[in-house]
Design a protein around this ligand. Structure first.
Ligand code: KIV
Ligand code: ZN
Length: 389
């Protein structure tokens, strides 16, 4: 299927807002500017750069990111309060393409905190969204904890936000509670039910408390959402958010069943993943999909042999497509003769069959004692053996 026949899914990155809210992930001003530039450069459509009223530092970061932005829309977050929205606008207005994102908790647990009646909630949404819209053409509204909000209540609040001028309606799964079937169904029913829904974009914002953030985001797209909110490495509150690299690569690799495209240059994924890991201080787990150290590594003999013959035997995407130089075949106790021979070739070492046999026996013995056998270990084994009979 060609790109022309596919729908675009807008990528909204919130690494610098929801990601930075992760305990311990605070970034410096310079680091935020660097990450925003990398996001803009890799084709992220919308960058949520921070929460301007939260601190002077957040305000300065959002303002500078807005000023320096090239292609991305720059968005700031604001609670459903007029001073928050004004402060947010002050920060984002220098962007070529600014957006205000305002939210309020709509589930019974969340609306119990300000203790608003339905009429008071309706007034608050109407007042804040229309105020934001008077400042900015591009306004996103979110009913926080939408997936635990009663259906009728959710429909009513979404309808008020659309009437007040919201251009994007984001449906957050704030506590990572939903599941894929429900996520798709919720978006689909909202689009079918709420008056005016066809005039706005629906977005999905999923948290990973049950490990379903990526699946839930993709299911929401199947239900009609056309904006995915996500973060690099899945950074975010508690167990994190939907990982940008996962949804982007899932849409790229499985375009046959998910006919959508994104504007992301996937070759830049690995670099930004490493930079976010470094500046946030959050290591990427080894077996993390797409960007983990082991995502394109194969140790077992059968896998290594298969990979040496045809990379598609055990890889569904090319490492080069995510910005890696290639597949890695680390040598360990599960490795076989084919990988050892390939490694010797890579190291520029020619050995005969007898020497290879000898090296292989010694290699297995070493591998039983060490987690990974390195190039220097192999060269030492070559020196310790000869090609005699
Ligand atoms: O998880 C959430 O509900 C949020 C909102 C502010 C959109 O991050
Ligand atoms: Zn969130």
């Amino acid at each position: 299927m060609t790109e022309q026949n596919k729908d675009k899914v807008v990528i909204f990155d919130t690494t610098l807002r929801d990601g930075e809210q992760s305990p311990g992930a605070t970034m410096t001003h310079a680091e935020k500017i660097e990450i925003a530039e990398l996001l803009d450069d890799m084709g992220v459509d919308i960058i949520e750069a921070g929460f301007p009223i939260a601190s002077e530092g957040d305000f300065r970061a959002v303002s500078e990111i807005a000023e320096r932005s090239k292609n991305s829309v720059i968005c700031g977050l604001a609670r459903a309060q007029l001073p928050d929205i004004d402060r947010c606008w002050e920060a984002v207005k220098k962007a070529a393409k600014p957006r205000i994102h305002t939210f309020i908790g709509t589930s019974p647990l969340h609306r119990a905190i300000p203790n608003l009646t339905m009429d008071e909630m309706a007034d608050r949404i109407e007042q804040t969204v229309s105020h934001a819209r008077n400042l900015c053409d591009n306004v996103q509204w979110s009913p926080m904890d939408a997936t635990r909000t009663e259906w009728d209540y959710l429909c009513r609040t979404v309808e008020i936000a659309i009437k007040a001028g919201a251009t994007t309606i984001n449906i957050p799964d704030t506590v990572g509670y939903t599941a894929p079937v429900e996520s798709a169904d919720l978006i689909k029913r909202l689009i079918e039910t709420v008056p005016g829904a066809d005039e706005v974009i629906f977005a999905t914002h999923c948290h990973n408390d049950l490990g379903m953030a990526t699946a839930n985001a993709l299911a929401a797209v199947a239900g009609g959402a056309r904006q995915i909110e996500c973060t690099i490495n899945g950074l975010g509150e508690r167990a994190g958010n939907t990982a940008l690299e996962e949804v982007v690569m899932a849409l790229k690799v499985r375009g046959d069943i998910m006919p959508f495209y994104t504007g992301i240059d996937t070759k830049k994924l690995m670099h930004i993943s490493r930079r976010v890991s470094t500046v946030s201080g959050f290591p990427v787990q080894f077996n993390k999909a797409i960007v983990g150290k082991n995502a394109f590594a194969h140790e077992s003999g059968i896998h290594q042999d298969g990979m040496l013959k045809n990379a598609e035997t055990f890889e569904i995407m090319r490492p080069e497509d995510v910005g890696l130089a290639g597949t890695s075949l680390p040598l360990g106790k599960h490795s076989g003769r084919a990988a050892l021979r390939a490694k010797l070739k890579e190291l520029g070492t020619e050995v005969g069959d007898n020497q290879l046999k000898d090296i292989f026996v010694r290699f297995k013995d070493l591998a039983d004692r060490k987690k990974e056998v390195f190039d220097d270990d192999i060269l030492a084994l070559v020196s310790a053996t000869t090609d005699g009979p």
